[in-house]
Write a protein that binds this ligand. Structure first.
Ligand code: HEM
Length: 474
């Protein structure tokens, strides 16, 4: 006889689809609303999949800290699996020995503070060329689509750091943007195949998701083929991750007990390419969006940056530490617009009891960071953009404070925090120090909207267009 489980409360379900109809186009928002009614740990059903959603710092702490080990695997996601060459990556792979080895290796090669510092020259060169472009636009009084420009900048840095490729002028320059964007679209789409056995695959063929995924996979594969080829043709590119992965393929060095194949190499490269570019680029867009909407904050942060930098022409990363208000502006942006609002789904690896409720093995676990960041019991006046709330406040975004989790926490915390923040800071210092900013002719501050698009990563839906204005510091 089965004993009845004490599942967390949740809204009533429809037959077959469960609660899918309640998700809407912004699942993080709908889940937040539902959690206000059904509680901070809530059960939902999406087709065949049983899920729980954690929505407060206390419940999220249980999931990401107390039960991190039991909650740090990922569910099988059909299209993520396809795009990562059968889960040979880091972000979507299950919690296994292989995942641990890849994580250890990529952290050492790319993500430690020391390694990130060694890429400083690359960041400075790319930001300098970005500033040059802004100067030209400023002298022509031309509006710049910042979403695109920021993603181009982060793309150039990641491709140089991760792939040893100078994008500008290369045959990959136009390809990578499409590759990154389409990959994120596929991974962030609702996949019927994950939720309805058998019929799900058919549904995805009808909606076009299946063929979209196949097209993206081909684009991605050809991008990696060209990157590896470029690498092999230029033996002077040394000491980067592709070189190391190729050595592992040849058996010259090992990855624990694993013998890497070309598919492993490409799987690991997927995350470096896709996880870092849009996230950092769109974070920059959100910061500039909030600044243009809040002229008081823009003025204050520019005054700070100009005071600290003074008339130094060669802006370096050593000044970041002294920019207290800029750091508050970035934290406040992460709070209002966490770029990955539901993190990447996790899966319970065994039967668990959290907060007195049963969480059966294989349940999908969503962490609603967006809900925590908008919770009036955690943040006073949560809809308002007030960087000063972080003054005399120890809360940081690195995954130790459960009130602010833009990078997640626990074993699966984003390994790219230091790398992305180094670029985000350096770019903003340059933009705020060197230029003033205004809206295109005929546009008012109220016209700048704050709507995010649907997906795993949530960029600003309508691109932000601003005109840079030359100053004495340009
Ligand atoms: C502002 C920029 C960024 C934000 C907001 C961000 C956020 C996140 C979040 C929320 C996760 C999921 C954590 C979880 O499931 O608990 C994640 C995972 C990941 N991020 Fe980032 N990220 C950023 C930049 C980067 C960069 C620059 C890289 C590398 C080049 C990177 C690489 C990864 C990888 C590999 C994972 C998967 C980790 C795993 O599952 O073990 N991220 N990121």
């Amino acid at each position: 006889r089965k004993t009845k489980k004490n599942l967390p409360p949740g809204p009533p379900r429809l037959p077959i689809i469960g609660n899918l109809h309640q998700l809407g186009s912004r699942p993080q928002r709908s889940m937040f609303k539902l959690s206000e009614q059904y509680g901070p740990l809530m059960s939902l059903k999406f087709g065949n999949v049983s899920a729980v959603v954690a929505s407060t710092p206390e419940t999220v702490k249980e999931v990401l800290k107390t039960f991190d080990l039991e909650c740090c695997s990922r569910p099988y996601m059909t299209y993520a699996a396809r795009i990562t060459y059968g889960l040979k990556d880091l972000a979507f792979s299950f919690y296994t020995k292989y995942w641990k080895e890849v994580r250890k290796m990529t952290v050492v090669e790319l993500y430690t503070a020391k390694r990130v510092k060694s890429f400083q020259r690359i960041r400075q060169e790319e930001v300098a060329s970005f500033v040059q472009f802004m100067k030209q636009s400023a002298s022509l009084e031309k509006a710049v689509n910042l979403n695109r420009k920021f993603v181009k900048l982060t793309g150039s840095v990641i491709c140089k750091v991760g792939f040893g490729i100078t994008l500008k002028g290369s045959k990959l320059e136009d390809a990578y943007e499409e590759v990154v964007q389409k990959t994120l679209e596929v991974v962030g789409s609702f996949a019927a195949a994950d939720h309805f056995p058998v019929i799900g695959k058919l549904i995805d063929r009808v909606t076009g998701l299946h063929s979209k995924c196949e097209k993206v996979f081909k684009l991605l594969d050809s991008f990696f083929e060209q990157s590896i080829e470029h690498h092999l043709e230029n033996p002077n590119i040394k000491d980067d991750i592709i070189e190391l992965l190729l050595k592992m393929e040849r058996g010259e060095t090992g990855l624990g007990e694993f013998q890497l194949t070309r598919d492993h190499t490409k799987g690991i490269l997927v995350n470096i390419l896709v996880a870092g570019i849009d996230t950092s680029g769109q974070t920059l867009t959100w910061v500039m969006t909030h600044l243009i909407k809040n002229p008081r904050v823009l003025k204050k942060v520019q005054a700070e940056v100009r005071e600290v930098i003074k008339n130094k022409d060669d802006i370096g990363e050593e000044d970041i530490e002294r920019l207290e208000y800029l750091k508050m502006v970035i934290k406040e942006t992460f709070r209002i617009n966490p770029i990955v609002p539901l993190l990447i789904p996790r899966e319970a690896s065994k039967d668990l009891k959290i907060g007195g409720y049963d969480i059966p093995k294989k349940t999908w676990i969503y962490v609603n960071v967006w809900a925590i960041h908008r919770n009036p019991n955690v943040w006073k006046d949560p809809e308002a953009f007030i960087p000063e709330r972080f003054m005399d406040c120890q809360i940081d975004y690195k995954g130790l404070d459960f009130e602010l989790l833009p990078f997640g926490s626990g074993r699966r915390v984003c390994p790219g925090v230091v790398m992305s923040m180094a670029l985000v800071h350096l770019t903003l210092i340059n933009l705020l120090y060197r230029f003033d900013w205004k809206l295109p002719e005929g546009m008012e501050v109220e016209d700048v909207d704050l709507e995010e698009s649907y997906g795993l990563v949530c960029p600003k839906k309508v691109p932000l267009e601003l005109i840079p204005v030359l100053t004495q510091w340009s």
